[in-house]
Design a protein around this ligand. Structure first.
Ligand code: SGN
Ligand code: CA
Length: 527
Protein backbone atom coordinates (compact mmCIF):
# COMPACT_ATOMS: atom_id res chain seq x y z
CA UNK A 1 0.00 0.00 0.00
CA UNK A 2 1.46 3.31 -1.01
CA UNK A 3 1.58 6.20 1.35
CA UNK A 4 3.03 9.64 1.43
CA UNK A 5 4.84 10.91 4.48
CA UNK A 6 4.49 14.51 5.41
CA UNK A 7 8.07 15.42 5.99
CA UNK A 8 7.99 18.28 8.43
CA UNK A 9 10.34 20.70 6.70
CA UNK A 10 13.16 21.26 9.18
CA UNK A 11 12.51 24.30 11.26
CA UNK A 12 9.11 24.91 9.62
CA UNK A 13 7.23 25.32 12.85
CA UNK A 14 10.05 27.35 14.31
CA UNK A 15 10.15 29.64 11.28
CA UNK A 16 6.42 30.14 11.59
CA UNK A 17 6.82 30.91 15.25
CA UNK A 18 9.51 33.43 14.49
CA UNK A 19 7.34 35.10 11.92
CA UNK A 20 4.78 35.48 14.65
CA UNK A 21 7.22 36.71 17.25
CA UNK A 22 7.71 40.40 16.85
CA UNK A 23 8.68 40.71 20.52
CA UNK A 24 12.21 40.97 19.22
CA UNK A 25 11.23 44.36 17.86
CA UNK A 26 9.64 45.26 21.17
CA UNK A 27 6.03 44.62 20.10
CA UNK A 28 3.56 42.37 21.82
CA UNK A 29 3.16 38.99 20.12
CA UNK A 30 -0.14 38.65 18.27
CA UNK A 31 -2.34 36.16 20.08
CA UNK A 32 -3.02 33.06 18.09
CA UNK A 33 -6.53 31.71 18.22
CA UNK A 34 -7.48 28.67 20.21
CA UNK A 35 -9.18 25.87 18.29
CA UNK A 36 -12.04 23.67 19.48
CA UNK A 37 -13.00 20.93 17.03
CA UNK A 38 -16.19 19.15 18.12
CA UNK A 39 -16.92 16.06 16.04
CA UNK A 40 -19.76 13.62 16.50
CA UNK A 41 -19.94 10.14 15.09
CA UNK A 42 -22.50 9.59 12.32
CA UNK A 43 -24.39 12.84 12.85
CA UNK A 44 -26.59 13.60 9.86
CA UNK A 45 -27.23 17.23 8.89
CA UNK A 46 -30.91 16.20 8.79
CA UNK A 47 -30.73 16.06 12.60
CA UNK A 48 -29.54 19.62 13.27
CA UNK A 49 -32.44 22.05 13.35
CA UNK A 50 -30.29 24.91 11.99
CA UNK A 51 -30.28 22.93 8.73
CA UNK A 52 -34.06 23.07 8.60
CA UNK A 53 -34.79 19.45 7.68
CA UNK A 54 -38.33 18.22 8.54
CA UNK A 55 -36.95 15.63 10.96
CA UNK A 56 -35.10 18.15 13.10
CA UNK A 57 -38.06 20.50 13.26
CA UNK A 58 -39.58 18.11 15.77
CA UNK A 59 -36.31 17.50 17.60
CA UNK A 60 -34.58 20.86 17.78
CA UNK A 61 -30.91 21.31 18.67
CA UNK A 62 -30.87 24.74 20.34
CA UNK A 63 -27.17 24.84 21.13
CA UNK A 64 -26.02 23.81 17.67
CA UNK A 65 -28.47 26.35 16.29
CA UNK A 66 -26.97 28.97 18.55
CA UNK A 67 -23.53 28.16 17.16
CA UNK A 68 -24.96 28.60 13.65
CA UNK A 69 -26.65 31.88 14.58
CA UNK A 70 -23.31 33.15 15.84
CA UNK A 71 -21.30 31.68 12.98
CA UNK A 72 -21.47 30.08 9.54
CA UNK A 73 -23.48 27.03 8.51
CA UNK A 74 -21.81 25.22 5.62
CA UNK A 75 -24.26 23.59 3.23
CA UNK A 76 -21.72 22.07 0.88
CA UNK A 77 -19.33 20.34 3.26
CA UNK A 78 -18.25 16.82 2.28
CA UNK A 79 -15.90 13.99 3.26
CA UNK A 80 -13.38 12.16 1.07
CA UNK A 81 -14.33 8.67 2.37
CA UNK A 82 -17.55 8.29 4.35
CA UNK A 83 -16.37 6.10 7.23
CA UNK A 84 -15.06 6.78 10.70
CA UNK A 85 -11.44 5.65 10.76
CA UNK A 86 -10.56 7.05 7.31
CA UNK A 87 -12.28 10.31 8.19
CA UNK A 88 -10.28 10.62 11.42
CA UNK A 89 -7.05 9.77 9.60
CA UNK A 90 -7.85 12.53 7.11
CA UNK A 91 -8.48 14.98 9.95
CA UNK A 92 -5.11 14.14 11.52
CA UNK A 93 -3.05 14.10 8.31
CA UNK A 94 -4.88 16.30 5.80
CA UNK A 95 -4.37 13.46 3.31
CA UNK A 96 -6.68 11.26 1.23
CA UNK A 97 -7.17 7.68 2.46
CA UNK A 98 -4.81 6.15 -0.12
CA UNK A 99 -2.13 8.67 0.87
CA UNK A 100 -2.30 8.12 4.63
CA UNK A 101 -2.95 4.36 4.40
CA UNK A 102 -6.30 4.36 6.25
CA UNK A 103 -8.70 3.19 3.54
CA UNK A 104 -11.01 1.05 5.66
CA UNK A 105 -11.88 0.39 9.29
CA UNK A 106 -9.21 -1.46 11.27
CA UNK A 107 -5.51 -1.24 10.55
CA UNK A 108 -4.08 1.12 8.00
CA UNK A 109 -2.76 4.43 9.20
CA UNK A 110 0.83 5.10 8.21
CA UNK A 111 2.28 6.22 11.53
CA UNK A 112 5.34 7.76 9.88
CA UNK A 113 3.07 10.53 8.62
CA UNK A 114 3.29 13.62 10.80
CA UNK A 115 -0.05 14.49 12.38
CA UNK A 116 -1.44 18.01 12.53
CA UNK A 117 -1.42 17.69 16.31
CA UNK A 118 2.36 17.25 16.21
CA UNK A 119 2.79 20.33 14.04
CA UNK A 120 0.55 22.37 16.33
CA UNK A 121 2.45 21.14 19.35
CA UNK A 122 5.75 22.14 17.77
CA UNK A 123 4.25 25.55 17.10
CA UNK A 124 3.60 26.04 20.80
CA UNK A 125 -0.01 24.88 21.04
CA UNK A 126 -1.30 22.78 23.92
CA UNK A 127 -3.09 19.89 22.28
CA UNK A 128 -5.82 17.59 23.57
CA UNK A 129 -7.88 14.73 22.13
CA UNK A 130 -10.96 13.53 23.98
CA UNK A 131 -13.35 10.74 22.99
CA UNK A 132 -13.43 8.60 19.88
CA UNK A 133 -9.99 8.14 18.35
CA UNK A 134 -10.72 4.91 16.41
CA UNK A 135 -7.33 4.41 14.81
CA UNK A 136 -5.09 1.48 15.57
CA UNK A 137 -2.18 3.68 16.55
CA UNK A 138 -1.42 5.56 19.72
CA UNK A 139 -2.63 9.15 19.84
CA UNK A 140 0.38 11.24 18.89
CA UNK A 141 1.01 14.94 19.19
CA UNK A 142 -1.22 15.34 22.24
CA UNK A 143 -0.21 16.78 25.61
CA UNK A 144 -3.45 15.57 27.06
CA UNK A 145 -5.79 12.81 25.94
CA UNK A 146 -8.66 10.59 27.04
CA UNK A 147 -9.61 8.26 24.21
CA UNK A 148 -12.31 5.62 23.98
CA UNK A 149 -11.66 1.96 23.21
CA UNK A 150 -12.37 1.30 19.52
CA UNK A 151 -15.91 2.46 18.81
CA UNK A 152 -16.32 3.36 22.48
CA UNK A 153 -19.11 2.38 24.86
CA UNK A 154 -22.23 4.41 25.66
CA UNK A 155 -22.42 3.49 29.32
CA UNK A 156 -19.47 3.34 31.75
CA UNK A 157 -17.11 4.06 28.84
CA UNK A 158 -13.47 3.04 29.23
CA UNK A 159 -10.81 5.64 28.41
CA UNK A 160 -7.08 5.37 27.88
CA UNK A 161 -5.33 8.57 28.86
CA UNK A 162 -1.96 10.29 28.92
CA UNK A 163 -1.87 9.17 32.56
CA UNK A 164 -3.19 5.61 32.38
CA UNK A 165 -0.04 3.86 31.08
CA UNK A 166 -1.81 2.21 28.18
CA UNK A 167 -4.71 0.88 30.26
CA UNK A 168 -8.38 1.53 29.56
CA UNK A 169 -10.14 2.65 32.72
CA UNK A 170 -13.95 2.64 32.87
CA UNK A 171 -15.63 5.86 33.97
CA UNK A 172 -19.04 5.95 35.55
CA UNK A 173 -21.70 7.70 33.51
CA UNK A 174 -22.76 8.26 29.90
CA UNK A 175 -20.23 8.67 27.07
CA UNK A 176 -21.30 12.14 25.95
CA UNK A 177 -21.21 13.46 29.52
CA UNK A 178 -17.83 11.89 30.25
CA UNK A 179 -16.30 13.28 27.05
CA UNK A 180 -17.66 16.73 27.90
CA UNK A 181 -16.37 16.56 31.47
CA UNK A 182 -12.88 15.62 30.30
CA UNK A 183 -12.93 18.41 27.71
CA UNK A 184 -13.83 20.96 30.40
CA UNK A 185 -11.17 19.48 32.66
CA UNK A 186 -8.58 20.09 29.95
CA UNK A 187 -9.73 23.69 29.56
CA UNK A 188 -9.51 24.18 33.32
CA UNK A 189 -6.00 22.83 33.77
CA UNK A 190 -4.32 24.26 30.65
CA UNK A 191 -1.68 26.96 30.74
CA UNK A 192 -3.68 30.14 30.01
CA UNK A 193 -0.65 31.81 28.44
CA UNK A 194 -0.47 29.36 25.56
CA UNK A 195 -2.95 28.79 22.74
CA UNK A 196 -4.68 25.40 22.64
CA UNK A 197 -6.24 23.00 20.17
CA UNK A 198 -8.88 20.73 21.66
CA UNK A 199 -10.56 17.90 19.75
CA UNK A 200 -13.84 16.76 21.36
CA UNK A 201 -14.95 13.57 19.60
CA UNK A 202 -18.24 12.14 20.76
CA UNK A 203 -19.31 8.54 20.40
CA UNK A 204 -22.96 9.53 20.02
CA UNK A 205 -24.99 9.07 17.90
CA UNK A 206 -23.21 5.95 16.54
CA UNK A 207 -25.05 2.65 16.22
CA UNK A 208 -26.66 1.17 18.32
CA UNK A 209 -28.04 4.56 19.39
CA UNK A 210 -28.27 4.05 23.16
CA UNK A 211 -29.67 7.23 24.72
CA UNK A 212 -28.78 8.64 28.13
CA UNK A 213 -31.24 7.71 30.87
CA UNK A 214 -32.49 11.28 31.21
CA UNK A 215 -33.77 11.20 27.63
CA UNK A 216 -35.26 7.70 27.45
CA UNK A 217 -38.76 9.13 27.20
CA UNK A 218 -37.98 12.11 25.00
CA UNK A 219 -39.89 12.10 21.66
CA UNK A 220 -41.87 8.99 22.63
CA UNK A 221 -45.05 10.84 21.64
CA UNK A 222 -43.62 12.35 18.47
CA UNK A 223 -44.24 10.71 15.10
CA UNK A 224 -41.38 11.66 12.82
CA UNK A 225 -41.97 12.17 9.10
CA UNK A 226 -40.72 9.48 6.74
CA UNK A 227 -38.26 10.80 4.18
CA UNK A 228 -39.62 11.10 0.63
CA UNK A 229 -37.28 8.35 -0.59
CA UNK A 230 -38.07 5.89 2.21
CA UNK A 231 -39.62 3.35 -0.14
CA UNK A 232 -36.98 3.64 -2.85
CA UNK A 233 -36.57 0.39 -4.78
CA UNK A 234 -33.34 1.66 -6.40
CA UNK A 235 -34.73 0.95 -9.84
CA UNK A 236 -32.43 3.51 -11.44
CA UNK A 237 -29.38 2.41 -9.52
CA UNK A 238 -26.84 -0.32 -10.23
CA UNK A 239 -25.69 -3.40 -8.34
CA UNK A 240 -24.31 -1.59 -5.25
CA UNK A 241 -27.69 -0.24 -4.17
CA UNK A 242 -29.20 -3.72 -4.56
CA UNK A 243 -26.57 -5.72 -2.70
CA UNK A 244 -25.99 -3.33 0.23
CA UNK A 245 -27.06 -4.52 3.67
CA UNK A 246 -28.11 -1.34 5.40
CA UNK A 247 -31.88 -1.25 5.06
CA UNK A 248 -34.12 -0.43 8.00
CA UNK A 249 -36.44 -3.11 6.69
CA UNK A 250 -34.13 -6.14 6.50
CA UNK A 251 -30.82 -5.28 8.11
CA UNK A 252 -31.74 -3.59 11.35
CA UNK A 253 -31.85 -6.15 14.12
CA UNK A 254 -34.73 -6.32 16.55
CA UNK A 255 -32.52 -6.96 19.52
CA UNK A 256 -29.45 -4.84 19.01
CA UNK A 257 -30.66 -1.91 16.94
CA UNK A 258 -34.27 -1.73 18.03
CA UNK A 259 -33.77 -2.83 21.62
CA UNK A 260 -36.36 -5.58 21.78
CA UNK A 261 -34.37 -7.57 24.32
CA UNK A 262 -37.09 -10.18 24.37
CA UNK A 263 -36.12 -11.23 20.82
CA UNK A 264 -32.67 -12.43 21.71
CA UNK A 265 -32.95 -15.81 20.02
CA UNK A 266 -33.14 -16.73 16.38
CA UNK A 267 -36.22 -18.64 15.13
CA UNK A 268 -34.00 -21.76 15.44
CA UNK A 269 -33.60 -21.15 19.18
CA UNK A 270 -29.92 -20.21 18.82
CA UNK A 271 -28.77 -17.02 20.52
CA UNK A 272 -29.00 -14.04 18.20
CA UNK A 273 -25.54 -13.19 16.78
CA UNK A 274 -25.96 -9.59 17.88
CA UNK A 275 -26.88 -10.66 21.40
CA UNK A 276 -23.36 -10.04 22.68
CA UNK A 277 -23.54 -6.49 21.49
CA UNK A 278 -26.26 -5.87 24.03
CA UNK A 279 -23.36 -5.87 26.45
CA UNK A 280 -24.08 -2.18 26.37
CA UNK A 281 -26.87 -2.86 28.84
CA UNK A 282 -24.55 -4.73 31.17
CA UNK A 283 -22.37 -1.66 31.44
CA UNK A 284 -25.17 0.29 33.09
CA UNK A 285 -25.31 0.74 36.83
CA UNK A 286 -28.44 -0.52 38.56
CA UNK A 287 -30.20 2.86 38.48
CA UNK A 288 -29.61 3.32 34.77
CA UNK A 289 -30.63 -0.26 34.07
CA UNK A 290 -33.85 0.19 36.05
CA UNK A 291 -34.63 3.40 34.15
CA UNK A 292 -34.01 1.54 30.89
CA UNK A 293 -36.33 -1.32 31.82
CA UNK A 294 -38.98 1.14 32.97
CA UNK A 295 -38.85 2.93 29.61
CA UNK A 296 -38.44 0.08 27.11
CA UNK A 297 -40.15 -2.71 29.06
CA UNK A 298 -43.76 -1.56 28.59
CA UNK A 299 -43.08 -0.30 25.04
CA UNK A 300 -41.58 -3.63 24.04
CA UNK A 301 -44.47 -5.51 25.58
CA UNK A 302 -46.98 -3.40 23.65
CA UNK A 303 -44.97 -3.89 20.47
CA UNK A 304 -44.78 -7.68 20.87
CA UNK A 305 -48.51 -7.88 21.55
CA UNK A 306 -49.36 -5.83 18.50
CA UNK A 307 -47.88 -8.36 16.05
CA UNK A 308 -47.15 -5.70 13.50
CA UNK A 309 -46.39 -6.76 9.96
CA UNK A 310 -45.41 -5.30 6.61
CA UNK A 311 -45.61 -1.53 6.25
CA UNK A 312 -46.73 -1.03 9.85
CA UNK A 313 -43.76 -2.96 11.17
CA UNK A 314 -41.38 -1.06 8.90
CA UNK A 315 -42.72 2.29 10.06
CA UNK A 316 -42.49 1.18 13.68
CA UNK A 317 -38.81 0.33 13.12
CA UNK A 318 -38.23 3.74 11.57
CA UNK A 319 -39.83 5.53 14.53
CA UNK A 320 -37.87 3.60 17.13
CA UNK A 321 -34.61 4.08 15.25
CA UNK A 322 -35.09 7.80 14.75
CA UNK A 323 -36.30 8.44 18.29
CA UNK A 324 -33.27 6.71 19.82
CA UNK A 325 -30.91 8.44 17.40
CA UNK A 326 -32.37 11.86 18.17
CA UNK A 327 -32.23 11.19 21.91
CA UNK A 328 -28.49 10.64 21.52
CA UNK A 329 -28.28 13.87 19.51
CA UNK A 330 -29.96 15.73 22.32
CA UNK A 331 -27.13 14.69 24.66
CA UNK A 332 -24.61 16.01 22.16
CA UNK A 333 -26.51 19.26 21.86
CA UNK A 334 -26.32 19.65 25.65
CA UNK A 335 -22.57 19.08 25.42
CA UNK A 336 -22.21 21.81 22.78
CA UNK A 337 -24.14 24.11 25.13
CA UNK A 338 -21.80 23.30 28.02
CA UNK A 339 -18.69 23.95 25.98
CA UNK A 340 -20.08 27.23 24.59
CA UNK A 341 -21.01 28.28 28.09
CA UNK A 342 -17.50 27.54 29.32
CA UNK A 343 -15.85 29.39 26.44
CA UNK A 344 -18.10 32.43 26.78
CA UNK A 345 -17.94 32.69 30.55
CA UNK A 346 -14.16 32.31 30.71
CA UNK A 347 -13.29 35.13 28.36
CA UNK A 348 -12.36 32.75 25.52
CA UNK A 349 -15.02 33.74 22.99
CA UNK A 350 -12.85 36.45 21.45
CA UNK A 351 -9.92 34.21 20.72
CA UNK A 352 -11.36 30.76 20.05
CA UNK A 353 -12.58 29.29 16.77
CA UNK A 354 -15.24 26.63 17.37
CA UNK A 355 -15.94 24.03 14.72
CA UNK A 356 -18.84 21.57 14.87
CA UNK A 357 -18.90 18.67 12.44
CA UNK A 358 -19.37 14.89 12.10
CA UNK A 359 -17.01 12.19 10.79
CA UNK A 360 -19.52 11.76 7.92
CA UNK A 361 -23.23 12.02 7.22
CA UNK A 362 -25.84 9.31 7.84
CA UNK A 363 -29.08 7.96 6.39
CA UNK A 364 -32.19 8.70 8.40
CA UNK A 365 -34.27 6.32 6.30
CA UNK A 366 -33.50 8.00 2.95
CA UNK A 367 -33.51 5.31 0.24
CA UNK A 368 -34.74 2.99 3.03
CA UNK A 369 -31.31 3.03 4.71
CA UNK A 370 -29.34 3.64 7.87
CA UNK A 371 -25.48 3.78 7.93
CA UNK A 372 -23.36 5.74 5.41
CA UNK A 373 -20.46 4.81 3.03
CA UNK A 374 -22.11 5.74 -0.30
CA UNK A 375 -21.21 8.85 -2.28
CA UNK A 376 -24.90 9.83 -2.33
CA UNK A 377 -25.59 13.11 -0.57
CA UNK A 378 -26.77 11.98 2.89
CA UNK A 379 -23.49 10.20 3.59
CA UNK A 380 -21.06 12.12 1.36
CA UNK A 381 -22.14 15.41 2.94
CA UNK A 382 -21.42 16.20 6.56
CA UNK A 383 -22.72 18.92 8.87
CA UNK A 384 -20.32 21.81 9.45
CA UNK A 385 -20.81 24.93 11.56
CA UNK A 386 -17.99 27.35 12.42
CA UNK A 387 -18.03 30.22 14.87
CA UNK A 388 -15.14 32.60 14.34
CA UNK A 389 -14.29 35.39 16.78
CA UNK A 390 -15.46 38.73 15.48
CA UNK A 391 -17.23 37.07 12.54
CA UNK A 392 -20.83 37.76 11.62
CA UNK A 393 -23.45 35.27 12.69
CA UNK A 394 -26.32 33.51 10.98
CA UNK A 395 -24.42 33.10 7.72
CA UNK A 396 -24.89 30.28 5.26
CA UNK A 397 -21.96 29.23 3.10
CA UNK A 398 -22.14 27.38 -0.19
CA UNK A 399 -18.38 27.10 -0.41
CA UNK A 400 -17.40 23.67 -1.68
CA UNK A 401 -15.43 22.33 1.30
CA UNK A 402 -14.15 18.91 2.30
CA UNK A 403 -12.75 17.30 5.46
CA UNK A 404 -9.31 17.54 3.82
CA UNK A 405 -9.55 21.26 4.67
CA UNK A 406 -9.52 20.93 8.47
CA UNK A 407 -5.78 20.25 8.76
CA UNK A 408 -4.77 23.22 6.56
CA UNK A 409 -7.26 25.45 8.42
CA UNK A 410 -5.88 24.65 11.84
CA UNK A 411 -2.30 25.05 10.65
CA UNK A 412 -3.27 28.40 9.13
CA UNK A 413 -4.83 29.48 12.45
CA UNK A 414 -1.56 28.56 14.18
CA UNK A 415 0.56 30.36 11.59
CA UNK A 416 2.20 27.14 10.41
CA UNK A 417 2.90 26.71 6.70
CA UNK A 418 0.87 23.84 5.22
CA UNK A 419 2.97 20.82 4.15
CA UNK A 420 2.99 20.51 0.36
CA UNK A 421 1.43 17.05 0.40
CA UNK A 422 -1.87 18.32 1.79
CA UNK A 423 -4.29 19.05 -1.04
CA UNK A 424 -6.96 20.63 1.15
CA UNK A 425 -7.35 24.38 1.57
CA UNK A 426 -7.48 26.58 4.63
CA UNK A 427 -11.04 27.71 5.28
CA UNK A 428 -9.92 31.01 6.81
CA UNK A 429 -10.40 32.96 3.55
CA UNK A 430 -13.94 31.57 3.34
CA UNK A 431 -14.67 32.38 6.97
CA UNK A 432 -13.23 35.88 6.76
CA UNK A 433 -15.38 36.64 3.70
CA UNK A 434 -18.63 35.73 5.38
CA UNK A 435 -18.72 32.25 3.94
CA UNK A 436 -18.13 33.28 0.30
CA UNK A 437 -16.13 30.88 -1.78
CA UNK A 438 -12.94 32.61 -2.99
CA UNK A 439 -12.57 33.01 -6.80
CA UNK A 440 -9.77 30.47 -6.97
CA UNK A 441 -11.24 27.46 -5.27
CA UNK A 442 -11.85 23.81 -6.09
CA UNK A 443 -14.58 23.26 -8.66
CA UNK A 444 -14.46 19.50 -8.33
CA UNK A 445 -14.15 17.12 -5.44
CA UNK A 446 -12.79 13.56 -5.34
CA UNK A 447 -14.33 10.77 -3.25
CA UNK A 448 -13.22 7.16 -2.71
CA UNK A 449 -14.78 4.40 -0.60
CA UNK A 450 -12.87 1.10 -0.13
CA UNK A 451 -14.34 -0.88 2.80
CA UNK A 452 -15.33 -4.21 1.22
CA UNK A 453 -15.81 -6.94 2.32
CA UNK A 454 -17.57 -5.43 5.31
CA UNK A 455 -20.73 -5.53 7.35
CA UNK A 456 -22.97 -3.39 5.15
CA UNK A 457 -21.62 -4.76 1.87
CA UNK A 458 -21.33 -1.45 0.03
CA UNK A 459 -19.33 -1.90 -3.18
CA UNK A 460 -16.11 0.04 -3.58
CA UNK A 461 -16.47 3.24 -5.56
CA UNK A 462 -14.78 6.46 -6.40
CA UNK A 463 -16.25 9.53 -7.99
CA UNK A 464 -16.16 13.20 -8.70
CA UNK A 465 -18.66 15.92 -7.89
CA UNK A 466 -19.06 19.57 -8.66
CA UNK A 467 -21.74 21.62 -6.97
CA UNK A 468 -24.40 20.36 -9.34
CA UNK A 469 -23.38 17.05 -10.91
CA UNK A 470 -21.99 13.81 -9.59
CA UNK A 471 -20.33 10.90 -11.36
CA UNK A 472 -19.85 7.70 -9.34
CA UNK A 473 -17.81 4.71 -10.52
CA UNK A 474 -18.60 1.42 -8.76
CA UNK A 475 -16.05 -1.38 -9.12
CA UNK A 476 -15.40 -4.93 -8.01
CA UNK A 477 -19.04 -6.07 -8.10
CA UNK A 478 -20.33 -9.38 -9.48
CA UNK A 479 -21.69 -7.81 -12.64
CA UNK A 480 -18.70 -5.70 -13.60
CA UNK A 481 -17.90 -2.05 -13.10
CA UNK A 482 -20.41 0.67 -13.89
CA UNK A 483 -21.08 4.39 -13.47
CA UNK A 484 -23.98 6.49 -12.22
CA UNK A 485 -24.62 10.17 -12.89
CA UNK A 486 -26.87 12.60 -10.99
CA UNK A 487 -28.07 16.15 -11.55
CA UNK A 488 -28.54 17.47 -8.03
CA UNK A 489 -30.27 20.65 -9.10
CA UNK A 490 -33.06 18.75 -10.85
CA UNK A 491 -32.95 15.72 -8.62
CA UNK A 492 -31.66 16.51 -5.12
CA UNK A 493 -32.77 13.09 -3.83
CA UNK A 494 -30.68 11.28 -6.45
CA UNK A 495 -33.51 9.09 -7.69
CA UNK A 496 -32.72 9.46 -11.42
CA UNK A 497 -29.47 8.06 -12.68
CA UNK A 498 -28.86 9.98 -15.93
CA UNK A 499 -25.72 8.16 -17.02
CA UNK A 500 -27.25 7.03 -20.31
CA UNK A 501 -29.32 10.12 -21.13
CA UNK A 502 -28.14 11.77 -24.30
CA UNK A 503 -28.80 15.26 -23.02
CA UNK A 504 -26.25 14.72 -20.26
CA UNK A 505 -23.57 13.13 -22.46
CA UNK A 506 -21.37 16.25 -22.62
CA UNK A 507 -21.58 16.75 -18.86
CA UNK A 508 -20.80 13.12 -18.14
CA UNK A 509 -17.71 13.42 -20.37
CA UNK A 510 -16.63 16.57 -18.52
CA UNK A 511 -16.85 14.86 -15.15
CA UNK A 512 -15.18 11.72 -16.50
CA UNK A 513 -12.24 13.88 -17.60
CA UNK A 514 -12.04 15.39 -14.12
CA UNK A 515 -12.19 11.98 -12.51
CA UNK A 516 -9.33 10.74 -14.71
CA UNK A 517 -7.36 13.85 -13.82
CA UNK A 518 -7.81 13.26 -10.07
CA UNK A 519 -6.77 9.64 -10.42
CA UNK A 520 -3.58 10.57 -12.21
CA UNK A 521 -2.67 13.60 -10.09
CA UNK A 522 -3.41 11.89 -6.77
CA UNK A 523 -1.79 8.62 -7.94
CA UNK A 524 -4.89 6.62 -7.09
CA UNK A 525 -3.93 2.94 -7.37
CA UNK A 526 -7.27 1.13 -7.62
CA UNK A 527 -10.62 1.86 -9.21
C1 SGN B 1 -19.74 -0.88 13.36
C2 SGN B 1 -21.25 -0.94 13.12
C3 SGN B 1 -21.56 -0.67 11.66
C4 SGN B 1 -20.88 0.60 11.18
C5 SGN B 1 -19.40 0.52 11.46
C6 SGN B 1 -18.62 1.72 11.03
N1 SGN B 1 -21.75 -2.24 13.49
O1 SGN B 1 -19.10 -1.95 12.74
O2 SGN B 1 -22.96 -0.55 11.53
O3 SGN B 1 -21.09 0.82 9.82
O4 SGN B 1 -19.22 0.34 12.86
O5 SGN B 1 -19.02 2.87 11.72
S1 SGN B 1 -22.00 -2.59 15.05
O6 SGN B 1 -22.75 -3.82 15.09
O7 SGN B 1 -20.72 -2.70 15.71
O8 SGN B 1 -22.76 -1.48 15.63
S2 SGN B 1 -17.97 4.03 11.84
O9 SGN B 1 -18.69 5.20 12.32
O10 SGN B 1 -16.98 3.60 12.79
O11 SGN B 1 -17.42 4.25 10.54
CA1 CA C 1 -18.88 7.49 11.97
Amino acid sequence: MKSTSITVPAGLAIAAMQALAPQAQGQEAPKRLNIIHIMTDDHSYQAISAYGHPLSRQAPTPNMDRLASEGIRFDKAYVENSLSTPSRACLMTGLYSHQNGQRTLGRGIDTTVTFVSELLQQAGYQTAMIGKWHMQCEPKGFDWYYVLRGQGEYYTPAFKSHLSEGKYIPEEGYATDRVTARAIEFLEQRDPDKPFCLYVHHKAPHRNWMPPTKYLDLYEDVTFPLPATFHDTWSDKGEAAHVQRMTIDKDMTMIYDLKIEELDVEPTGAPHPKRALLNGLNRMDSTARAAWEAAYGPRNKAFLESNLEGEELLEWKFQRYVRDYLRCIRSVDDSVGEILEYVDSHGLADNTIIVYTSDQGFYMGEHGWFDKRFMYEESFRTPLIIRYPGGRGGLVSNAFVQNLDFAPTYLDVAGVVKPEEMSGRSLLPVIKHNGKQPCKWRKYMYYHYYDLPSEHNVLKHDGVADKRFKLIHFYGGENGDYDEFYDLRKDPDEMHNCISERRYARRVRRLQKQLDKFRVELKVDEY
